[in-house]
Design a protein around this ligand. Structure first.
Ligand SMILES: [Zn+2]
Length: 541
């Protein structure tokens, strides 16, 4: 087999892993190559979660295809993290106030479904990822800390305590509070054994010789006028088995060290954190993973998407208008380029995705392996299923059809699609697109649509047409097409009305009359009254 030129970005990422593996072969912690993605369970999974797991999966596929080695993805939820503020969009938020400062896994579920706040979010995360068929191993901080899996790393941090502090302190900056706050900073966050809070404690002393530290619970804080008190407890205790967690940048390094993570990607806003975590993992005696940063999505005005402003677009919102593959296609595109994510990108993304699938069907292997579809449809390709797209149906065509037929009836659209592409029914994507095109049209196109009135010179032709339709009892496209006494067939670019109206008049009147234009020849086998009802708002006799 000739050497393939692997140009797509997931291969470039996989090459980084190959290089890393060559340098760390002797110090492997497991017999598979480990990819990691992180999740913060203080909120619900969102489009960023989807994008990160999807992109990581594509790199994983590229790596497997290049090396044939075994791989896994750990999706890690930091459910030992404390709750500092009541998140938005949570029912009964006030019930959470007495629990502020505690680890998420110790706070009751505000939805009343799971054993804790984080158990709820973790369940939502897994449900979210499972519905898209992602393959991953779920890992929770709580299980890892309390199960003792982090002990080795926690003891190592205790041994390297000052070294870790020395790389972190310069990064804290003035905004972190007073000099005294910074000098008292510790990588460890003890969970108070008395009040259960993690955000009210501080480390007073460390005792590496016995794997212990001493903490004081004396850092009460305020949340929107509510006091979050510290209980005043002071205690010397072991750092192991979940008594203590570490702050999140150190937590990242701890996971990399303990699990031997080989690859992790992260948002651009975490570049500095990743650099810091790399330093920490080296201090602990580990190697940072290979990885990349990706750009964050922007809204339609080019502004950063923020949860509180609600200017983002969520996965379920996209799925109302475009099939899942079109979202994946959008996310697949160059991850280091900032792109706008808003509703208007959906139709084009669907059609670009279909275009790539169409190309995929005719390409040689050398091109196929660089086609986005090769990654998006990897499970199907591995299962030997056909993934090419041959029907010629596009989303914009369906939008036009919805527009012309002026219907939200799925079946009516299908009737036309079937006639145009008899094989279309075999392709699940098309059925998924039809309802979505109807919804997109209803939500975004119809409300802004304006019908132009026909010009005077068009009216005689329209009157003639209407008279014919009123008197027409048949149900034949041919008859209507041959309205002009069978003199000639309609070429598709001209319509009935054009026979009497200079074509230029139609051109001037587009696009609104363009709808009518196509309606007349596409509606061939529908009843006259149907067409008439469509014409009547346009014509005033
Ligand atoms: Zn306490």
């Amino acid at each position: 087999m000739t050497e393939l030129d692997l140009k797509a970005w997931p291969y470039k990422e996989a090459e980084k892993i190959i290089e890393k593996m060559a340098n760390t072969k002797s110090a492997r912690k497991h017999d598979f190559v480990l990819f990691e993605t992180g999740f913060g369970p203080s909120g619900l999974p969102h489009i960023g979660t989807f994008a990160e797991v999807a992109r990581t999966t594509w790199v994983r596929n590229a790596y497997e295809n290049m090396t044939g080695e075994k791989t896994k993805i750990f999706t890690f939820s930091d459910d030992m993290d404390g709750l500092r503020a009541v998140p938005d969009n949570i029912p009964n938020g006030e019930l959470l106030i007495p629990h502020l400062g505690k680890p998420l896994c110790e706070i009751p579920d505000p939805f009343g479904e799971e054993e804790s706040f984080s158990a709820h979010m973790n369940a939502r995360l897994r449900g979210f990822l499972d519905q898209f068929g992602f393959d991953y191993d779920f890992k929770s901080s709580k299980d890892q800390y309390r199960g003792g899996h982090f002990n080795e790393g926690l003891i190592r941090i205790l041994q390297k305590y000052e070294e870790v502090r020395n790389v972190v302190l310069p990064t804290l900056g003035q905004k972190r509070g007073s000099e005294a706050d910074r000098s008292s900073w510790s990588p460890f966050m003890p969970v108070c054994s008395q009040c259960g809070k993690v955000y009210t404690t501080r480390v007073v002393d460390v005792h590496p010789e016995t794997n212990e530290l001493t903490y004081a619970c004396d850092q009460g804080f305020e949340y929107k006028g509510n006091a979050v008190p510290a209980c005043g407890n002071t205690e010397r205790m072991l750092v192991t088995d979940g008594r203590v967690k570490v702050g999140w940048k150190v937590d990242w390094a701890l996971r990399w060290f303990v699990f031997g993570v080989d690859y992790e990607m992260y948002g651009k806003d975490l570049i500095e954190s990743a650099a810091l975590s790399s330093k920490i993992v080296r201090i602990l005696g580990g190697k940072p993973p290979a990885g990349m940063f990706y750009e964050m999505f922007l809204d339609e005005n080019g502004e950063k998407i923020s949860k509180s402003r609600g200017n983002g677009l969520e996965v379920d919102e996209w799925l109302k208008y475009g099939p899942l593959e079109s979202l994946s296609w959008f996310i697949y595109q160059n991850p280091v380029k900032a792109r706008k994510l808003f509703f208007e990108v959906i139709p084009k993304s669907v059609d670009d995705y279909l275009g790539d699938r169409e190309r995929f069907g005719t390409e040689e292997e050398a091109e196929r392996v660089n086609n986005p579809v090769f990654f998006l449809a990897q499970p199907d390709i591995r299962a030997g299923k056909k993934v090419e797209f041959t029907s010629g149906i596009s989303y914009s065509m369906l939008l036009n059809l919805v527009n012309v037929l002026n219907t939200d009836d799925h079946e009516i659209i299908w009737n036309y699609v079937r006639r145009y592409a008899p094989d279309a029914e075999k392709d699940e994507t098309i059925d998924a697109m039809i309802d979505r095109a109807i919804t997109y049209y209803t939500d975004f196109v119809a409300p802004t649509k304006e019908y132009a009135e026909p010009t005077d010179e068009m009216l005689p032709a329209l009157a003639q047409l209407l008279a014919f339709l009123k008197s027409y009892e048949g149900n034949s496209a041919e008859d209507i097409q041959n309205l002009r006494g069978g003199q000639r067939k309609w070429p598709e670019t001209r319509c009935l009305v054009c026979c009497d109206v200079p074509h230029a008049a139609w051109a001037r009147a587009r696009p609104p009359s363009g709808d009518l234009h196509s309606a007349l020849w596409r509606q061939g086998d529908d009843r006259a009254d149907r067409i008439q009802s469509r014409l009547s708002p346009l014509i005033h006799f």
